[in-house]
Design a binder for this molecule. Sequence first.
Ligand SMILES: Cc1cc2nc3c(=O)[nH]c(=O)nc-3n(C[C@H](O)[C@H](O)[C@H](O)COP(=O)(O)OP(=O)(O)OC[C@H]3O[C@@H](n4cnc5c(N)ncnc54)[C@H](O)[C@@H]3O)c2cc1C
Length: 414
Amino acid sequence: VVFNKRLEPWHRARDQAVAEALEAAGCRVQALPANALYDPEDLQPIERWQRWRARVRAEEAEARGLRVDANVRSGIPKAFEHVSGFGSYRFFHHALEELGSPPQPCAAVQRLPRFPPAAGILSVALRDLGYGATSGRGFTSELRQQVSCRTANGSDWGAELCRAWNFGEAAAMARLQVFVDEVLATGDFEGRKRLRADHQGTSELSLHIRLGELSARTVYWAARKRRERTDQKLFEEPQHPGPARANATFLRRFVWRDLSYWFLSEFPTMPVTSLRVQYETQVWTGTQRQLAQWKKGCTGFPLVDAAMRQLWATGWMPNYLRHVVAQTLIEYLDITWKDGLNWFDWTLVDADVAINSFMWQNGGHSGPDQWEFVLHPVHAAKSCDPEGAYVRRWVPEVAGLPAEYVHRPWDAPP
Ligand SMILES: Cc1cc2nc3c(=O)[nH]c(=O)nc-3n(C[C@H](O)[C@H](O)[C@H](O)COP(=O)(O)OP(=O)(O)OC[C@H]3O[C@@H](n4cnc5c(N)ncnc54)[C@H](O)[C@@H]3O)c2cc1C
């Protein structure tokens, strides 16, 4: 039996129990960490970072003609050193350099052996296993009671989401191919075009990765093989060393995925409790009414409302807008990141407890890599929707306004 293991710490014990039961029944079992590049249990980034730091210090000292202890040169630190930037991308990236490239994805299964009819095992429908009714973290009973799965016009929310996406492995592979050929190949992802909300500038693969239709490794290697040269050691191909940048911005996202999963495995309470505990007592002054307006896309800021309506209609919104709406909730409405996390968990088709809680904690400043910027709900539109095409699509109330006023309708002449 070959299966993709769940990397959330609370599912590990279950996977382990299933594997042991199968082995006891005489099956050979192989579990793969398909949802990340590396298994969080193999990472040990703090120890690896310490060794990386010791080696860098030794190189610096040698360059200045100083004598260097042989242990330090081989990466054994003299003393346990304060990890600078713990939780940040750079800390993790340097730690991974020692591990080297993540393994390549396994080859696709061509043919499965026929199931022996004599085994007498009955097939069970997914529905009967209760997979339609998720018990994902954040789906509190209060939230379920508050939110109806019917949309405003009474239609079925799930059916609308299904219309917005092509599901399945074939659709996922097709999207990957288009993204690699038409976006990565142009180098557009490296520039600011990926921030645009008015056209498809990112891969839009998160749903497929979340549902297990594509593994993180498949996407990573498809992007990395496309253009091998990069200035970041971890992504470098030995046959093409050198400073040319290629797809590093995209590849970095997969390192973030692993960083989130590593944090979740170290801090399983990340979805519910501030990692910097002093933030647990923070007083928030935003009201339930403001929270409801944010959820419905009725804050009055067209960019925020467009993104929140897109989220409800399709279960997705671009990364840049996730930052904008998160900061509107936290910084301007003064509402706890936990409410934002719960809403995203409920509505996102790519809702991923590790990434979602890592990002919301950082947005709420209680996470390891606090956001040190605040995006303004009007000014942010300059980067992502300069002509207003995106807000016109989702907020018909402002569709008739010229670009100058479409993001600040309150300034429009009467
Ligand atoms: C507040 C907030 C909440 C988020 N919640 C989620 C979530 O629940 N699930 C989720 O998959 N992403 C989440 N993200 C990260 C990011 O917004 C989405 O992964 C991205 O928008 C998905 O679109 P894409 O596939 O086109 O991304 P691309 O930019 O094309 O990136 C490719 C892949 O890299 C991974 N990735 C991208 N950004 C990040 C990131 N910051 N951290 C970790 N992995 C990343 C995703 O798997 C994504 O599919 C969140 C971001 C914010 C700011």
